[in-house]
Design a protein around this ligand. Structure first.
Ligand SMILES: *[C@@H]1O[C@H](CO)[C@@H](O)[C@H](O)[C@H]1NC(C)=O
Ligand SMILES: *[C@@H]1O[C@H](CO)[C@@H](O)[C@H](O)[C@H]1NC(C)=O
Ligand SMILES: *[C@@H]1O[C@H](CO)[C@@H](O)[C@H](O)[C@H]1NC(C)=O
Ligand SMILES: *[C@@H]1O[C@H](CO)[C@@H](O)[C@H](O)[C@H]1NC(C)=O
Ligand SMILES: *[C@@H]1O[C@H](CO)[C@@H](O)[C@H](O)[C@H]1NC(C)=O
Length: 232
């Protein structure tokens, strides 16, 4: 009965009520197992309003197993400013995923809530390495430059390589070429630029070869001396 009255009260429009709460991230968040989760919200109140209660709940995405996570009540000398606005979960586990709901209540009993879905991300986002071709130009031109890419003299297309839609960026992750060329062509003329990677230098084997050669040379000298003294 009390709940019905309360929900009716909440559903009814309150023209003078300005209390509101919202999450800084909208709607949906992904977190990897074992990482931390920080949920930040913001309250909006008018100067005459005062937040007296902040509650955090979690339930599954199917709306089951609601758990009360935090219940901040206003206490003298302990004002509920934005303190209850932040909720933190360290070392997140499977059971921590679901729908997080924050409910704030003001001194008149007005209630506002907001929720966010927190899902597990199974694989970390894939990193990639790109070359970006830029053309510096402050002169007016009627057309837009066209970018093309060559690797070791072979022209690339968006079928054979990951080239951004504007043509400026080439994803070089896993590419084995040494000479990357960008050609920029427009009504202002053509410009060509290269990025050439060093051919792999066996610097370490260079060093160890020197050491090895030194040791071998020493052994040969030693043998010669030993043999010489034996012969004599
Ligand atoms: C790189 O390739 C371009 C186009 O094929 C060529 O003009 C240029 O000389 C090459 N540069 C090097 C250092 O190999
Ligand atoms: C382009 O990138 C996507 C992921 O970023 C990758 O799965 C795909 O293999 C790449 N394609 C080429 C041709 O490199
Ligand atoms: C690939 O290039 C062709 C022709 O340059 C273009 O029509 C097409 O939209 C491009 N596709 C992608 C995915 O960028
Ligand atoms: C540049 O564009 C012009 C006009 O589209 C074309 O005739 C010319 O062959 C292009 N040059 C290069 C190097 O792509
Ligand atoms: C490897 O050895 C050669 C010949 O001694 C030398 O010219 C070159 O600089 C060395 N490279 C490195 C990385 O030490």
């Amino acid at each position: 009965m009390l709940l019905q009255t309360l929900s009716l009260f909440v559903l009814m429009p309150h023209p003078h009520q300005c209390l509101s709460v919202h999450f800084q991230n909208k709607g949906l968040l992904y977190v990897a197992l074992g990482r931390d989760l920080v949920l930040r919200t913001q309250f909006q109140i008018t100067p005459t309003e005062k937040i007296v209660m902040v509650i955090w709940d979690r339930q599954t995405e199917k709306g089951q197993g609601q758990v009360r996570l935090a219940d901040h009540q206003d206490a003298p000398g302990n004002p509920l400013d934005q303190k209850g606005a932040l909720f933190r979960v360290e070392n997140i586990r499977s059971s921590n995923f679901g729908v997080y709901t924050i409910t704030v209540t003001d001194q008149k009993g007005n209630e506002q809530s907001a929720n966010i879905v927190v899902r597990e991300i199974v694989a970390a986002p894939v990193a990639s390495l790109s070359l970006q071709c830029e053309v510096a130009n402050d002169r007016a031109q009627w057309d837009s430059p066209v970018f093309s890419w060559l690797v070791d003299g072979v022209e690339l297309s968006n079928q054979t390589a990951n080239i951004s839609a504007d043509g400026k960026r080439l994803d070089v992750s896993g590419m084995k070429g040494h000479n990357y060329t960008c050609v920029v062509n427009s009504s202002l003329g053509t410009s060509v630029t290269h990025y050439v990677t060093d051919s792999p230098t066996p610097s370490q084997s260079n060093q160890s070869c020197k050491t090895l050669c030194g040791v071998l040379f020493g052994i040969v000298i030693l043998l010669l001396i030993t043999c010489g003294s034996l012969y004599w």
